[in-house]
Write a protein that binds this ligand. Structure first.
Ligand code: HPA
Length: 239
């Protein structure tokens, strides 16, 4: 038990897949897991523990934004002995080589925000994902013949499409990090993992882009999401 999680100790697997949306956690459990059990409903932030090809795995939602994922991943690592968290989410693209529906493996996450200083008192705005998890995912992608783009992302506190001037934001991001796009959770996840000596990485599908205005069908979105879920689940078999 933790403040925001009613699962009993032992009801959460060593490896957790973390979509933002609780309904996506339910979708993954219903469509990909066997013998699954709902182990958390506090605030509707569903966690399901079940088996994927015989391996125990938990799928738990993170909610949106750094403060939300920061709470849930801290509790998973600190109180439930979780070792590995793979966030699976969506992102917006900033660069023309990143296409809508591409799958991204996040290498480093950059934030303008103060999550790191708030947690530790020390300012930090860039954090690396787990190279151990990334090696496993890259090897699995090769075996599945699954294409992906590995690179760095900006972790934002305001959804890009709602910014007064999205291009002003993109243009002030530090050029040396080659940031490919935006999402809203990876920095808090990677930083918390690093701080607690645990592993975290992040897979994303590109849902929108500042460079193109492609219209997507819900079927296209779901297919790309399913490919990412499969890559994450197959990777967990090696952990
Ligand atoms: N910004 C931040 N997070 C996102 C976006 C975006 O444009 N698209 C999907 N998640």
């Amino acid at each position: 038990m933790a403040i925001h999680n009613e699962a009993k100790i032992g009801e959460i697997a060593k490896t957790v897949l973390m979509p933002g949306d609780p309904m996506r956690a339910k979708y993954i459990a219903e469509n990909f897991l066997e013998d699954y059990k709902l182990v958390n409903t506090v605030r509707g932030m569903y966690a399901f523990t079940g088996k994927y090809k015989g391996k125990e795995i938990t799928v738990m939602a993170s909610g949106m934004g750094m403060p939300s994922i920061g709470i849930y991943c801290y509790e998973l690592y600190k109180f439930y002995n979780v070792e590995n968290i793979i966030r699976i989410g969506s992102c917006g693209g900033h660069v023309d080589y990143l296409k809508v529906l591409d799958i991204v493996l996040v290498d480093k996450s950059y934030t303008e925000g103060n999550f790191a200083k708030n947690m530790t008192g020390v300012e930090n705005h860039i954090v690396q994902s787990s190279s151990y998890l990334n090696e496993v995912i890259e090897q699995t992608a090769k075996e599945l013949n699954q294409k992906y783009v590995k690179g760095n992302m900006a972790c934002t506190e305001c959804f890009d499409p709602y910014l007064d001037d999205p291009m002003q934001f993109v243009n002030r991001l530090p050029k040396e990090y080659n940031l490919m796009g935006s999402e809203m959770e990876s920095f808090a996840l990677f930083f918390t993992a690093k701080h607690l000596g645990k592993n975290a990485t992040c897979l994303l599908t590109v849902s929108d882009s500042l460079c193109t205005s492609e219209e997507l069908t819900s079927e296209q979105r779901q297919n790309s999401m399913n490919e990412m879920i499969k890559l994450a689940l197959e990777s967990t078999l090696k952990l």
